[in-house]
Design a protein around this ligand. Structure first.
Ligand code: PMV
Length: 347
C-alpha cells in the first residue's frame, strides 16, 4: 500500500497483589507509601490488547478504548505518552527516517477482555499494555515499568511475568520505584488463581480517591507502611523462593485483610467488600480449619471480587466447595500464572 507508517500490537496480563499497594506519597509521579508484590496472570482469560500506529497521514493523536473513542488528553495517558516520546528522542537516531517518525501522530486502540473498573485490575493491564506497546513502537530499550507506573501504580507490575515486586524506592524522582521480577513464570508451576466475580459493576470509590483519603486520615496506614510491610515483603519473597505455600497463603490473607482494615480506618470509612465477599472469607477459613492446613488463600482489591491463590491439586475440591455454597458459579475463571506474551508486529 502507499500507507507509510508503523504499527505494533502487544498484550499484557492483569496482576493480583499478595502484598497490597495502598497509598501514594507522590500523586503526580505515582510513588507509593509501601512496596507491593503480585503475580501476573496467564493471558488466556484476563488481558489487555493494544495496537499503536504512527503514520505521516495521521493528523492528531487519537485513542479508542473498548471500541469507543476517548479523549487522549487524559492526564495519565499524557504522562505516559510524553515520557515515552522524551525517551525516544533521547535515543540517537542516525537514521533520519526514524527521527521523522517521532513527529508523526499516534493512534492507539486498546481493549480489555473483561469488565473495566470492577476491581479486576483493568487499569494495571491497560497501562502496562499501552506503555509496552509504545516502547516497541518507538524502539525504546530497557525497563519501562516506571513509565507504566505513571499511568496506574499497579500497572508497573504487569510489565513482567511471574511474581513481581514494586519497590517503594527512596528517590524523589521515582527512578528507584520500579518493578522487579521476584520469581519467573516457571518457578512455581503448581500455583493457580481463581477469580470469583461477585459483581462486575463499576466500583463506588476509585482507588485514587480511596488512597488519597486513607493517606490523609488513617494512622493505621502509616503504621502499616513503616512497621508491617517492609518485613512482610521479605517474608513473602522467602516464601515464594522456597515455595512455602503455608507461609505464602497466611501472608496473602493477612495482607488483604490489613489493606481493607486501613480502608475502614479511613475517615469516612471505605468498604469495598460486600456480604458475598465476607461469606467467601468465612467459608475459606472454615474449609482451611477443617483441612488442618491452608489449602486456599483469598485476596481482595478495591472491589468485592475474590481472588483465590491455591495449588493445582486443590482446585477440584475448592471449585466443588464454591459450587456447593454459591450456585451457580459459571463466573469462576481459572487462570494460570504465566509470562508476559508479546505479540510484536511491524508492517
Ligand atoms: O493501580 P491502582 O491505582 O488501580 O491501585 C490498585 C491497588 C490495589 O489493586 C487495591 C492493590 C494492588 O496492589 O494492586
Amino acid at each position: 500500500t502507499t500507507w507509510s507508517g508503523r504499527s505494533v500490537t502487544c498484550t499484557a496480563p492483569i496482576n493480583i497483589a499478595v502484598i497490597k499497594y495502598w497509598g501514594k506519597r507522590d500523586e503526580q509521579l505515582i510513588l507509593p507509601t509501601n512496596s507491593s508484590l503480585s503475580a501476573s496472570l496467564d493471558q488466556d482469560h484476563l488481558k489487555s490488547t493494544t495496537t499503536a500506529s504512527i503514520s505521516k497521514e495521521f493528523k492528531r493523536d487519537r485513542l479508542w478504548l473498548n471500541g469507543k473513542e476517548e479523549s487522549i488528553e487524559n492526564p495519565r495517558i499524557q504522562n505516559c505518552l510524553i515520557e515515552i516520546r522524551r525517551r525516544a528522542r533521547k535515543r540517537k537516531h542516525n537514521d533520519d527516517s526514524k527521527s521523522e517518525m517521532l513527529n508523526w501522530s499516534v493512534h492507539i486502540c486498546s481493549e480489555n477482555n473483561f469488565p473495566t473498573a470492577a476491581g479486576l485490575a483493568s487499569s494495571a493491564a491497560g497501562y502496562a499494555c499501552l506503555v509496552y506497546t509504545l516502547s516497541k513502537l518507538y524502539d525504546i530499550n530497557g525497563d519501562v515499568s516506571d513509565i507504566a507506573r505513571r499511568g496506574s501504580g499497579s500497572a508497573c507490575r504487569s510489565i513482567y511475568g511471574g511474581f513481581v515486586q514494586w519497590t517503594v524506592g527512596e528517590k524523589k524522582n521515582g527512578s528507584d520505584s520500579i518493578a522487579k521480577v521476584v520469581a519467573d513464570v516457571d518457578h512455581w508451576p503448581e500455583m493457580r488463581v481463581l477469580v470469583l466475580v461477585v459483581s462486575d459493576q463499576k466500583k463506588h470509590t476509585s482507588s485514587t480517591n480511596g488512597m488519597r483519603n486513607s493517606v490523609n486520615t488513617s494512622d493505621f496506614l502509616r503504621y502499616r507502611a513503616e512497621h508491617v510491610v517492609p518485613s512482610r515483603m521479605e517474608e513473602m519473597i522467602k516464601a515464594i523462593e522456597e515455595k512455602d505455600y503455608q507461609k505464602f497463603a497466611e501472608l496473602t490473607i493477612k495482607d488483604s485483610n490489613q489493606m481493607h482494615a486501613v480502608c475502614l480506618d479511613t475517615y469516612p470509612p471505605i468498604s469495598y467488600m460486600n456480604d458475598t465477599s465476607r461469606k467467601i472469607i468465612n467459608m475459606i477459613h472454615a474449609f482451611n480449619k477443617y483441612q488442618g492446613e491452608l489449602k486456599v488463600a483469598y485476596t481482595y482489591d478495591a472491589g468485592p471480587n475474590a481472588v483465590l491463590y491455591l495449588l493445582d491439586e486443590h482446585v477440584p475440591d475448592v471449585v466443588s466447595l464454591i459450587n456447593y455454597y454459591f450456585p451457580p458459579c459459571d463466573n469462576i475463571r481459572e487462570t494460570f500464572i504465566r509470562g508476559l506474551k508479546v505479540d510484536f508486529k511491524t508492517d
